[in-house]
Design a protein around this ligand. Structure first.
Ligand SMILES: NC(=O)c1ccc[n+]([C@@H]2O[C@H](COP(=O)([O-])OP(=O)(O)OC[C@H]3O[C@@H](n4cnc5c(N)ncnc54)[C@H](OP(=O)(O)O)[C@@H]3O)[C@@H](O)[C@H]2O)c1
Length: 369
């Protein structure tokens, strides 16, 4: 039976492979956990939400070692890798997927929040991969990283995240060549998705105090998780996943003024959100529950099966879903037109980063003895 790419039946191609997956407690990582387990992999899962992830794994009857760690701290990242290698008896595959972000223009984001985004999304990934490298060399293993369209294309309002993803792409490109030059057998792959229906952006820390407006159209997390699994099975340097992602990537490489106009429109779309953000946000504090979806209108991908060279039925609902999502976005945009056609004023620079939540009004002025 041939099913759409995100609904396939796992053929156990990774039976017994020892896989360390970061960012397993939410979105793409949670979807990848299910697919990797279905493929027969032995899993060590890393996230700050250790207890929640353990509960989810048990409820779903999956078997995995769960390691709670904050990857923004090098010692914790290294300890997580040691524990994974010990529990699994080595490591064949690292899927580096964890990330966190702060929302706001460069002049609105406090340096502490900027640096923390880089520490989790870039340096945290580097720390995990570097610590796992001796194990991967021993097993002639594979590194697969979740990149992003923002590893190749800039996006205002997410500069620290885009910078971290660009850096990760540079790091992994260099590492791949070093491993090849040394003949270690370690292979490196990156999957670059566009917007995905996960809680990443709704839970992001926000320098403006508001959440980004929900993206009009996104891929289902299972589409991206499936791409990660295919990259483990058949590593390829880079996959820019999905038609919408590929289009923006090509526009940025080609007619730059058109790409810039689209990116500035996306910036204003995000910045026109009215909903209050929760402080301090996921950059500094893990959200409570494990969660797959972020409530973004989502769909499959027509192009992904071809890109991944997998046999999958074309998801004929995709064009209809895209048309409906665009129609809904157009309806939302009409009353917002005034805000989307001119710059949205920036907030004054913050005095402090988001790590310390602002005192609640009831606490203000109180003296604690
Ligand atoms: N969502 C999108 O539109 C989109 C687009 C392109 C690429 N991506 C990429 O897709 C990957 C998965 O993200 P997602 O969309 O699935 O987001 P998500 O649902 O927010 O998941 C992020 C994961 O990273 C973990 N994480 C965050 N901060 C951490 C820290 N300090 N230490 C350890 N783990 C941490 C989270 O676990 P805890 O909170 O439990 O620690 C969570 O499991 C990321 O690499 C992201 O950059 C996402």
């Amino acid at each position: 039976m041939i099913l759409p790419i995100d609904r396939h039946v796992a053929p156990q191609r990774l039976r017994g492979r020892r896989v360390l997956l970061t960012g397993a407690s939410s979105g793409v990582g949670l979807a990848a956990t299910r697919l990797l387990a279905g493929e027969g992999a032995r899993l060590a899962l890393v996230a700050r939400r250790g207890d929640g992830l353990r509960r989810t794994i048990e409820e779903e009857g999956l078997d995995a070692v769960v390691i709670a760690a904050d990857l923004g701290e090098r010692a914790e990242a290294e300890r997580a890798v040691d524990r994974a290698a010990e529990a699994l008896g080595g490591i064949d595959v690292v899927v580096s997927n964890a990330a966190a972000a702060v929302f706001g223009h460069v002049s609105e984001v406090h340096p502490d929040d900027f640096d923390r985004t880089v520490a989790v999304t870039f340096t945290g990934a580097v720390d995990v991969i570097r610590a796992a490298l001796p194990h991967l060399r021993a097993s002639r293993g594979t590194i697969v990283a979740t990149g992003s369209l923002m590893a190749r294309v800039p996006l205002p309002t997410w500069s620290s995240y885009a910078a971290a993803k660009h850096a990760l792409r540079g790091f992994l490109g260099s590492l791949a060549l070093e491993e090849r030059e040394q003949g270690t057998g370690v292979r490196v792959a990156m999957v670059h998705p566009g917007p995905i229906d996960t809680p990443l952006f709704a839970n992001a820390s926000s320098a403006t105090g508001r959440k980004p407006r929900v993206a009009p159209d996104a891929y289902r997390p299972e589409v991206v998780a499936r791409a990660l699994v295919e990259a483990v099975v058949r590593p390829r340097a880079e996959i820019v996943l999905g038609g919408e992602t590929r289009l923006l990537d090509l526009l940025h490489a080609g007619p730059r003024p058109l790409a810039s106009a689209i990116l500035m429109f996306i910036d204003r779309w995000y910045r026109s959100g009215d909903e209050d953000a929760t402080a301090p946000g996921a950059l500094w504090q893990a959200p409570h529950a494990t969660q797959l979806s972020g409530g973004v209108p989502s769909r499959g991908s027509l192009l992904a099966p071809l890109q991944l060279r997998v046999r999958a039925a074309p998801d004929v609902r995709v064009p209809v879903a895209v048309a409906l999502h665009l129609l809904r976005a157009a309806r939302t945009a009409v009353p917002l037109a005034g805000r989307l056609t001119r710059p949205i004023p920036e907030q004054p620079p913050p005095d402090a980063g988001l790590r310390r939540p602002a005192p609640r009004p009831a606490d203000a002025g109180q003296v604690t003895l």
